[in-house]
Design a binder for this molecule. Structure first.
Ligand code: ADP
Length: 334
Protein backbone atom coordinates (compact mmCIF):
# COMPACT_ATOMS: atom_id res chain seq x y z
CA UNK A 1 0.00 0.00 0.00
CA UNK A 2 1.17 3.55 -0.69
CA UNK A 3 2.99 5.09 2.26
CA UNK A 4 2.38 8.63 1.08
CA UNK A 5 -1.19 9.86 0.92
CA UNK A 6 -2.29 11.10 -2.50
CA UNK A 7 -2.40 14.88 -2.84
CA UNK A 8 -6.05 14.71 -3.67
CA UNK A 9 -7.93 12.29 -1.53
CA UNK A 10 -11.16 11.16 -3.21
CA UNK A 11 -12.81 11.30 0.22
CA UNK A 12 -12.37 15.04 0.17
CA UNK A 13 -14.60 15.31 -2.85
CA UNK A 14 -17.62 15.60 -0.55
CA UNK A 15 -16.01 18.66 0.94
CA UNK A 16 -15.66 20.24 -2.48
CA UNK A 17 -19.40 20.56 -2.75
CA UNK A 18 -19.80 23.31 -0.14
CA UNK A 19 -17.32 25.66 -1.81
CA UNK A 20 -18.13 24.78 -5.40
CA UNK A 21 -19.52 27.69 -7.43
CA UNK A 22 -23.13 27.04 -8.43
CA UNK A 23 -23.17 29.03 -11.65
CA UNK A 24 -20.63 29.25 -14.46
CA UNK A 25 -20.64 33.04 -14.02
CA UNK A 26 -19.37 32.58 -10.46
CA UNK A 27 -16.34 30.57 -11.53
CA UNK A 28 -13.03 32.41 -11.28
CA UNK A 29 -10.48 32.24 -14.12
CA UNK A 30 -10.54 29.84 -17.12
CA UNK A 31 -12.05 32.78 -19.02
CA UNK A 32 -11.50 31.43 -22.53
CA UNK A 33 -12.91 28.02 -21.68
CA UNK A 34 -15.81 29.72 -19.94
CA UNK A 35 -16.55 31.96 -22.93
CA UNK A 36 -16.55 29.08 -25.40
CA UNK A 37 -18.72 26.85 -23.20
CA UNK A 38 -21.09 29.74 -22.58
CA UNK A 39 -21.54 30.23 -26.33
CA UNK A 40 -22.23 26.52 -26.81
CA UNK A 41 -24.74 26.58 -23.93
CA UNK A 42 -26.50 29.71 -25.17
CA UNK A 43 -26.73 28.30 -28.69
CA UNK A 44 -28.23 25.06 -27.37
CA UNK A 45 -30.78 27.06 -25.38
CA UNK A 46 -31.72 29.22 -28.36
CA UNK A 47 -32.05 26.26 -30.72
CA UNK A 48 -33.77 24.12 -28.12
CA UNK A 49 -31.39 21.28 -28.94
CA UNK A 50 -29.15 19.23 -26.66
CA UNK A 51 -25.66 20.59 -26.11
CA UNK A 52 -22.96 18.76 -28.12
CA UNK A 53 -20.87 16.30 -26.09
CA UNK A 54 -18.16 18.04 -24.06
CA UNK A 55 -14.74 16.68 -23.07
CA UNK A 56 -12.84 18.43 -20.28
CA UNK A 57 -9.28 17.54 -19.50
CA UNK A 58 -6.65 18.77 -17.08
CA UNK A 59 -5.05 17.91 -13.74
CA UNK A 60 -7.29 17.14 -10.76
CA UNK A 61 -8.92 19.99 -8.84
CA UNK A 62 -8.99 22.58 -11.63
CA UNK A 63 -12.75 22.76 -12.11
CA UNK A 64 -13.84 19.93 -14.45
CA UNK A 65 -16.58 18.73 -12.09
CA UNK A 66 -17.52 22.32 -11.36
CA UNK A 67 -18.11 23.05 -15.05
CA UNK A 68 -19.98 19.77 -15.37
CA UNK A 69 -22.34 20.70 -12.53
CA UNK A 70 -22.80 24.34 -13.63
CA UNK A 71 -23.64 23.56 -17.26
CA UNK A 72 -26.87 21.62 -16.54
CA UNK A 73 -27.95 24.46 -14.22
CA UNK A 74 -27.41 26.93 -17.05
CA UNK A 75 -29.44 24.69 -19.36
CA UNK A 76 -31.98 23.95 -16.65
CA UNK A 77 -31.75 20.19 -17.29
CA UNK A 78 -31.14 17.21 -14.98
CA UNK A 79 -27.64 15.89 -14.30
CA UNK A 80 -26.55 12.31 -13.78
CA UNK A 81 -23.06 11.55 -12.48
CA UNK A 82 -21.05 8.41 -13.21
CA UNK A 83 -17.41 7.46 -13.02
CA UNK A 84 -15.38 5.64 -15.64
CA UNK A 85 -13.80 3.66 -12.84
CA UNK A 86 -17.07 1.94 -11.90
CA UNK A 87 -18.57 1.36 -15.36
CA UNK A 88 -17.08 -2.08 -15.88
CA UNK A 89 -19.47 -3.40 -18.54
CA UNK A 90 -22.14 -2.04 -20.93
CA UNK A 91 -24.83 -3.11 -18.49
CA UNK A 92 -23.42 -0.65 -15.92
CA UNK A 93 -23.78 2.24 -18.33
CA UNK A 94 -27.16 1.24 -19.76
CA UNK A 95 -29.34 2.55 -16.88
CA UNK A 96 -27.75 5.99 -17.17
CA UNK A 97 -28.49 6.05 -20.88
CA UNK A 98 -32.09 4.91 -20.57
CA UNK A 99 -32.69 7.31 -17.65
CA UNK A 100 -31.29 10.28 -19.55
CA UNK A 101 -34.08 12.75 -20.16
CA UNK A 102 -34.21 14.77 -23.34
CA UNK A 103 -31.46 17.40 -23.30
CA UNK A 104 -30.10 16.22 -19.94
CA UNK A 105 -26.45 15.83 -19.01
CA UNK A 106 -24.59 12.65 -18.15
CA UNK A 107 -21.27 13.51 -16.50
CA UNK A 108 -18.67 10.73 -16.73
CA UNK A 109 -15.65 11.45 -14.57
CA UNK A 110 -12.37 9.64 -15.26
CA UNK A 111 -13.66 8.72 -18.67
CA UNK A 112 -10.21 7.41 -19.68
CA UNK A 113 -10.83 4.47 -17.37
CA UNK A 114 -13.78 3.10 -19.33
CA UNK A 115 -13.09 -0.41 -20.60
CA UNK A 116 -13.07 -0.81 -24.37
CA UNK A 117 -16.38 -2.71 -24.33
CA UNK A 118 -18.18 0.18 -22.61
CA UNK A 119 -16.50 2.71 -24.85
CA UNK A 120 -17.70 0.93 -27.97
CA UNK A 121 -21.17 0.54 -26.53
CA UNK A 122 -21.21 4.32 -26.10
CA UNK A 123 -20.35 5.25 -29.70
CA UNK A 124 -23.85 4.82 -31.20
CA UNK A 125 -25.34 6.36 -28.06
CA UNK A 126 -23.26 9.48 -28.61
CA UNK A 127 -23.70 9.63 -32.34
CA UNK A 128 -27.25 8.53 -33.04
CA UNK A 129 -28.79 8.25 -29.55
CA UNK A 130 -29.29 4.53 -29.80
CA UNK A 131 -27.71 1.41 -28.32
CA UNK A 132 -27.32 -2.13 -29.50
CA UNK A 133 -28.18 -4.57 -26.74
CA UNK A 134 -27.33 -8.24 -26.98
CA UNK A 135 -29.94 -10.55 -25.45
CA UNK A 136 -29.30 -14.18 -24.66
CA UNK A 137 -26.09 -16.06 -25.25
CA UNK A 138 -24.37 -18.22 -27.83
CA UNK A 139 -26.38 -19.26 -30.90
CA UNK A 140 -29.62 -17.88 -29.51
CA UNK A 141 -28.12 -14.45 -28.90
CA UNK A 142 -29.74 -11.60 -30.77
CA UNK A 143 -29.14 -7.89 -30.92
CA UNK A 144 -31.87 -5.41 -30.17
CA UNK A 145 -31.58 -1.83 -31.23
CA UNK A 146 -32.98 0.64 -28.75
CA UNK A 147 -33.36 4.36 -29.22
CA UNK A 148 -32.51 6.89 -26.53
CA UNK A 149 -33.66 10.43 -25.88
CA UNK A 150 -31.15 12.96 -27.22
CA UNK A 151 -28.81 13.90 -24.36
CA UNK A 152 -25.30 15.20 -23.68
CA UNK A 153 -22.24 13.49 -22.28
CA UNK A 154 -19.71 15.61 -20.42
CA UNK A 155 -16.55 13.57 -20.00
CA UNK A 156 -13.71 14.53 -17.67
CA UNK A 157 -10.21 13.13 -17.73
CA UNK A 158 -6.85 13.96 -16.23
CA UNK A 159 -5.15 12.70 -19.37
CA UNK A 160 -6.88 13.07 -22.70
CA UNK A 161 -3.85 11.35 -24.23
CA UNK A 162 -5.16 8.09 -22.79
CA UNK A 163 -8.44 8.40 -24.69
CA UNK A 164 -8.78 6.48 -27.91
CA UNK A 165 -9.09 8.67 -31.00
CA UNK A 166 -12.59 7.37 -31.89
CA UNK A 167 -13.86 8.34 -28.44
CA UNK A 168 -12.14 11.72 -28.44
CA UNK A 169 -13.53 12.50 -31.88
CA UNK A 170 -17.09 12.00 -30.71
CA UNK A 171 -16.90 15.06 -28.45
CA UNK A 172 -17.90 18.21 -30.32
CA UNK A 173 -16.43 20.48 -27.66
CA UNK A 174 -13.01 19.73 -26.19
CA UNK A 175 -11.51 21.99 -23.57
CA UNK A 176 -8.27 21.84 -21.64
CA UNK A 177 -8.13 23.38 -18.15
CA UNK A 178 -4.88 25.03 -17.12
CA UNK A 179 -3.45 25.89 -13.72
CA UNK A 180 -4.71 29.14 -12.17
CA UNK A 181 -2.69 32.32 -11.65
CA UNK A 182 -1.91 33.47 -8.11
CA UNK A 183 -4.33 36.39 -8.60
CA UNK A 184 -7.17 34.06 -9.57
CA UNK A 185 -6.47 31.77 -6.62
CA UNK A 186 -6.34 34.77 -4.28
CA UNK A 187 -9.82 35.70 -5.45
CA UNK A 188 -11.03 32.12 -4.85
CA UNK A 189 -9.49 32.11 -1.35
CA UNK A 190 -11.15 35.46 -0.51
CA UNK A 191 -14.56 34.32 -1.72
CA UNK A 192 -14.33 31.01 0.07
CA UNK A 193 -13.15 32.60 3.32
CA UNK A 194 -16.35 34.65 3.16
CA UNK A 195 -18.39 31.46 2.53
CA UNK A 196 -16.68 29.82 5.52
CA UNK A 197 -17.33 32.99 7.55
CA UNK A 198 -13.74 33.62 8.49
CA UNK A 199 -11.94 36.96 8.42
CA UNK A 200 -8.79 36.99 6.30
CA UNK A 201 -6.17 39.66 5.52
CA UNK A 202 -5.32 40.33 1.87
CA UNK A 203 -1.70 39.34 2.49
CA UNK A 204 -2.84 36.06 4.05
CA UNK A 205 -5.13 35.28 1.11
CA UNK A 206 -2.24 35.93 -1.28
CA UNK A 207 0.03 33.71 0.78
CA UNK A 208 -2.42 30.78 0.77
CA UNK A 209 -3.00 31.27 -2.97
CA UNK A 210 0.70 31.28 -3.81
CA UNK A 211 1.12 28.04 -1.83
CA UNK A 212 -1.66 26.16 -3.64
CA UNK A 213 0.07 24.67 -6.68
CA UNK A 214 -2.12 26.65 -9.07
CA UNK A 215 -5.09 24.47 -8.06
CA UNK A 216 -8.43 25.65 -6.57
CA UNK A 217 -9.04 22.37 -4.72
CA UNK A 218 -5.63 22.66 -3.05
CA UNK A 219 -6.37 26.31 -2.19
CA UNK A 220 -9.62 25.23 -0.54
CA UNK A 221 -7.87 22.52 1.46
CA UNK A 222 -5.12 24.87 2.59
CA UNK A 223 -7.70 27.51 3.50
CA UNK A 224 -9.66 25.03 5.60
CA UNK A 225 -6.54 24.00 7.47
CA UNK A 226 -5.43 27.60 8.10
CA UNK A 227 -8.95 28.38 9.29
CA UNK A 228 -8.83 25.49 11.78
CA UNK A 229 -5.48 26.72 12.97
CA UNK A 230 -6.78 30.29 13.33
CA UNK A 231 -9.79 29.05 15.26
CA UNK A 232 -7.90 26.90 17.71
CA UNK A 233 -4.54 28.68 18.05
CA UNK A 234 -5.15 32.32 17.14
CA UNK A 235 -8.14 34.57 17.75
CA UNK A 236 -10.07 33.25 14.78
CA UNK A 237 -8.72 35.72 12.25
CA UNK A 238 -6.39 34.72 9.42
CA UNK A 239 -3.47 37.13 9.38
CA UNK A 240 -0.32 36.67 7.32
CA UNK A 241 1.52 35.30 10.35
CA UNK A 242 -1.25 32.82 11.13
CA UNK A 243 -1.26 31.63 7.50
CA UNK A 244 2.52 31.25 7.39
CA UNK A 245 2.69 29.32 10.66
CA UNK A 246 -0.20 27.03 9.77
CA UNK A 247 1.17 26.25 6.28
CA UNK A 248 4.60 25.54 7.72
CA UNK A 249 3.06 23.05 10.15
CA UNK A 250 1.67 21.15 7.14
CA UNK A 251 5.15 20.97 5.66
CA UNK A 252 4.29 23.29 2.79
CA UNK A 253 7.20 25.27 1.43
CA UNK A 254 7.61 28.68 -0.25
CA UNK A 255 6.49 27.34 -3.64
CA UNK A 256 3.52 25.55 -2.12
CA UNK A 257 5.06 22.10 -2.54
CA UNK A 258 4.01 19.58 0.08
CA UNK A 259 5.86 16.66 1.60
CA UNK A 260 4.95 14.30 -1.22
CA UNK A 261 6.12 16.75 -3.92
CA UNK A 262 9.47 17.12 -2.19
CA UNK A 263 9.83 13.37 -1.63
CA UNK A 264 9.36 12.92 -5.38
CA UNK A 265 12.05 15.50 -6.18
CA UNK A 266 14.39 14.16 -3.49
CA UNK A 267 14.03 10.60 -4.77
CA UNK A 268 15.10 11.70 -8.25
CA UNK A 269 18.00 13.60 -6.70
CA UNK A 270 19.30 11.12 -4.16
CA UNK A 271 18.32 7.71 -5.50
CA UNK A 272 18.62 8.44 -9.21
CA UNK A 273 21.31 11.13 -9.18
CA UNK A 274 19.04 13.77 -10.67
CA UNK A 275 17.74 11.51 -13.47
CA UNK A 276 16.86 10.75 -16.14
CA UNK A 277 14.71 8.08 -14.55
CA UNK A 278 11.45 6.41 -15.55
CA UNK A 279 8.42 7.45 -13.52
CA UNK A 280 7.71 3.80 -12.66
CA UNK A 281 11.05 3.54 -10.88
CA UNK A 282 10.34 6.68 -8.87
CA UNK A 283 6.86 5.39 -8.00
CA UNK A 284 8.33 2.06 -6.94
CA UNK A 285 10.90 3.72 -4.70
CA UNK A 286 8.24 5.94 -3.12
CA UNK A 287 5.97 2.93 -2.77
CA UNK A 288 3.21 4.86 -4.46
CA UNK A 289 1.07 4.38 -7.58
CA UNK A 290 2.52 5.57 -10.89
CA UNK A 291 -0.86 7.16 -11.72
CA UNK A 292 -0.71 9.26 -8.56
CA UNK A 293 2.62 10.65 -9.68
CA UNK A 294 1.68 11.27 -13.31
CA UNK A 295 -1.81 12.66 -12.60
CA UNK A 296 -1.40 14.53 -9.34
CA UNK A 297 2.21 15.20 -8.50
CA UNK A 298 4.02 15.75 -11.77
CA UNK A 299 1.79 18.21 -13.68
CA UNK A 300 2.52 21.09 -11.33
CA UNK A 301 6.21 20.24 -10.93
CA UNK A 302 6.56 20.13 -14.72
CA UNK A 303 4.78 23.43 -15.09
CA UNK A 304 6.95 24.95 -12.37
CA UNK A 305 9.94 23.63 -14.38
CA UNK A 306 11.45 21.80 -11.42
CA UNK A 307 11.57 18.63 -13.51
CA UNK A 308 11.46 17.93 -17.22
CA UNK A 309 10.32 14.91 -19.16
CA UNK A 310 12.95 13.67 -21.57
CA UNK A 311 12.80 10.62 -23.85
CA UNK A 312 14.86 8.77 -21.24
CA UNK A 313 12.73 9.80 -18.29
CA UNK A 314 12.32 12.49 -15.64
CA UNK A 315 15.20 14.86 -14.89
CA UNK A 316 15.67 17.58 -12.32
CA UNK A 317 16.22 21.04 -13.78
CA UNK A 318 18.64 23.60 -12.40
CA UNK A 319 15.67 25.14 -10.57
CA UNK A 320 14.81 21.68 -9.24
CA UNK A 321 18.28 21.27 -7.73
CA UNK A 322 18.15 24.76 -6.26
CA UNK A 323 14.73 24.15 -4.77
CA UNK A 324 16.20 21.26 -2.81
CA UNK A 325 19.08 23.49 -1.72
CA UNK A 326 21.62 21.61 -3.84
CA UNK A 327 24.03 22.91 -6.48
CA UNK A 328 23.71 21.02 -9.78
CA UNK A 329 26.74 18.86 -10.63
CA UNK A 330 29.52 20.60 -12.57
CA UNK A 331 28.76 18.65 -15.78
CA UNK A 332 25.01 19.33 -15.51
CA UNK A 333 23.23 20.37 -18.67
CA UNK A 334 19.50 20.97 -18.64
P1 ADP B 1 -11.89 18.53 -10.92
O1 ADP B 1 -13.21 17.96 -11.28
O2 ADP B 1 -11.17 19.14 -12.10
O3 ADP B 1 -11.01 17.57 -10.18
P2 ADP B 1 -13.43 20.30 -9.23
O4 ADP B 1 -14.35 20.91 -10.22
O5 ADP B 1 -13.98 19.24 -8.34
O6 ADP B 1 -12.11 19.77 -9.94
O7 ADP B 1 -12.83 21.50 -8.35
C1 ADP B 1 -12.45 21.32 -7.00
C2 ADP B 1 -12.91 22.49 -6.17
O8 ADP B 1 -12.17 23.64 -6.55
C3 ADP B 1 -14.37 22.87 -6.36
O9 ADP B 1 -15.18 22.29 -5.39
C4 ADP B 1 -14.38 24.36 -6.21
O10 ADP B 1 -14.61 24.70 -4.86
C5 ADP B 1 -13.01 24.78 -6.60
N1 ADP B 1 -12.97 25.35 -7.95
C6 ADP B 1 -12.61 24.71 -9.09
N2 ADP B 1 -12.64 25.54 -10.13
C7 ADP B 1 -13.04 26.74 -9.66
C8 ADP B 1 -13.25 28.02 -10.27
N3 ADP B 1 -13.04 28.22 -11.57
N4 ADP B 1 -13.65 29.04 -9.47
C9 ADP B 1 -13.84 28.84 -8.16
N5 ADP B 1 -13.65 27.67 -7.52
C10 ADP B 1 -13.25 26.62 -8.27
Amino acid sequence: PPTVAPVIDPEQREEDVALRPKRMEDMVGQREVYERLKIAVDAALIRGEPLGHVLLDGPPGLGKTTFATCIPRALNVPLQIASGATLMAPKDLLPYLTNAEEGSILFIDEIHRLPKSVEEFMYPAMEDFRVDITLGEGVSARTVNMSLRPFTIIGATTRSGLLSAPLRDRFQVREHLEFYSDEELTEIVRRNAAKLRIEIDDAAAEKIASCSRGTPRVANNRLRWVRDYATSRADGKITLDVAKTALKMLGIDQMGLDVQDRKYLETILRVFHGGPVGVEAVAHTLNTATDTLTDEVEPFLLRAELVVRSPRGRKLTTAGYHHLGVTPPADFRS
